[in-house]
Design a protein around this ligand. Structure first.
Ligand SMILES: [Zn+2]
Length: 90
């Protein structure tokens, strides 16, 4: 019985660490090689409608589990409403 797992060695887009991943289950991140950012995202961090050219040339980069966790936490934080800080204490 051979239980061979399809494992690929790649470099994490987030931290640059080399790690083994399964292309079937790993989190992949589309990156426009011209900008180094996802299609539609500018170097300034703003997001706009990606051009068809940017989508066409985008390549999928693997992201390691550590960075996936960090990204999730970041998204959760960004989702939360900003805490209201009163200027004056009662
Ligand atoms: Zn990483």
């Amino acid at each position: 019985m051979t239980d061979k797992q399809p494992t690929t060695i790649g470099r994490c887009y987030g931290c640059g660490r080399t790690f083994a991943y399964d292309p079937a289950t790993a989190t992949m991140f589309a990156v426009d090689p011209e900008t180094g950012f996802p299609p539609g995202m500018t170097a300034l961090g703003s997001v706009r409608e990606p051009s068809p050219e940017a989508v066409a040339r985008a390549v999928e980069k693997p992201v390691c589990p550590t960075c996936v966790e960090q990204a999730k936490r970041f998204l959760e934080d960004a989702d939360a409403p900003p805490p209201l800080k009163p200027w004056h204490r009662p």
